[in-house]
Design a protein around this ligand. Structure first.
Ligand code: AMP
Length: 216
């Protein structure tokens, strides 16, 4: 199983799809956002609150520690990294250093207004990582504020507001979107429409993974 990177605008479904892929193929889900959220450094918290990017060297250091854990030996899903072409270069250096083969890149396509609604309405379960949305009927929890799966109280991320969304989206367009061309040129980018529903997106991702695994 190859490692899988996701490149996508905010809230295009990287987190949700990562969990589905992780469960189906038994490989870990690594989110640099989650690794950074665990940091107690107030400067990191401030940067994340604004939606700007944390220093690459610091992020790579956290990522390296995570990739060295034995559960990554059979592949992993990387969600939220790289976010810039410079980070893509840093990632290639890291793969070289750790002797990990290059994986595939899944690009989730979603328009800006849907991205905004998914951010503003998002509620998450910190216990089991389930994701809900109060602005989409089919994504509301059965009981307001409570996780359907584990019964924990749902929370909102501090950076899930309209102002931070605009900032994150413009960073995405300027810094992250160029990665799509970068990986297309390398021949490892696969596009999926993420605006239909979760099942559709997950089926397309499974087709891609199946096709790639068949080739190897
Ligand atoms: P996410 O959970 O992927 O939406 O990331 C939340 C926030 O964490 C981002 O807005 C950034 O502030 C920070 N972050 C996550 N991944 C990276 C990364 N690869 N490089 C720099 N900052 C990151």
């Amino acid at each position: 199983m190859k490692s899988i990177l996701f490149v996508a605008p905010p809230a295009a479904g990287k987190g949700t799809q990562s969990i589905l892929v992780s469960d189906k193929y038994s490989i870990p889900h690594i989110s640099t956002g989650d690794l950074l959220r665990k940091s107690n450094d107030p400067k990191i918290k401030e940067i994340m609150k604004d939606g700007t990017l944390v220093d690459t060297a610091f992020t790579v250091e956290l990522l390296e520690k995570r990739l060295l854990q034995g559960d990554c030996d059979n592949g992993y899903i990387l969600d939220g990294f790289p976010r810039t072409v410079d980070q893509a270069h840093a990632y290639e250096d890291l793969l070289c250093k750790l002797g990990i083969p290059e994986g595939i890149v899944i690009v989730l396509n979603l328009d800006k207004e849907n991205s905004r609604k998914r951010i503003i309405g998002r509620e998450i379960c910190l216990n089991c990582e389930a994701i809900y949305n109060e602005l989409f009927e089919e994504k509301k929890p059965k009981i307001k504020g409570i996780c359907d799966k584990c019964g924990s109280t749902l929370t909102k991320r501090i950076d899930d507001n309209n102002e931070t969304f605009e900032n994150r989206y413009s960073i995405y367009l300027k810094e992250t979107e160029p990665l799509i061309k970068y990986y297309e040129n390398k021949g490892i980018a696969y596009h999926v429409n993420s605006g239909i529903n979760e099942d559709y997106t997950f089926n397309k991702i499974q087709e891609i993974i199946g096709g790639v695994n068949d080739k190897h």
